[in-house]
Design a protein around this ligand. Structure first.
Ligand SMILES: N[C@@H](CCC(=O)N[C@@H](CS)C(=O)NCC(=O)O)C(=O)O
Length: 116
């Protein structure tokens, strides 16, 4: 029998992500920043959130390679951007756009992010 030593670093990253998702009711994991998105899919998501006009948190996964590697496993979603609202993964840029166009996203964001 081999001893199973906990992977502390991985556990720390997972806990960090879980805290980010818990502490920020609207959070976008993206490539780049809202001011300078570094991927078309992230840029599209930012356009939608900007249209909605409520504050949101973001994490630039290009500056956080451990989060980039770990979040897809936690989320069971392989790509970025990822929009999380109230602890739940909404999806990536295609879903964000669909939810916006169907009228579902705006009230959900508004309910979870008071006006600044
Ligand atoms: N159809 C996807 C497109 C997102 C996508 O393909 N993202 C890629 C390129 S930006 C990605 O995150 N790949 C994994 C990675 O770069 O870590 C969506 O709706 O969000």
């Amino acid at each position: 029998m081999t001893e199973q030593t906990p992977n502390t670093a991985a556990n720390d990253i997972e806990q960090l992500i879980r805290n980010q998702i818990k502490d920020n009711k609207v959070i976008l994991y993206m490539k780049g920043t809202p001011q300078f998105p570094q991927c078309g899919f992230s840029a599209k998501s930012i356009e939608v959130l900007t249209q909605i006009g409520r504050p949101f948190a973001f994490v630039n996964i290009l500056e956080n390679p451990e989060i980039r590697a770990t979040l897809p496993q936690i989320a069971n979603w392989p790509t970025f951007p990822q929009l999380w609202i109230d602890g739940e993964l909404m999806g990536g840029s295609d879903i964000i756009l669909q939810m916006y166009q169907s009228g579902e996203l705006k009230p959900l964001v508004e309910a979870n992010s008071p006006a600044a």
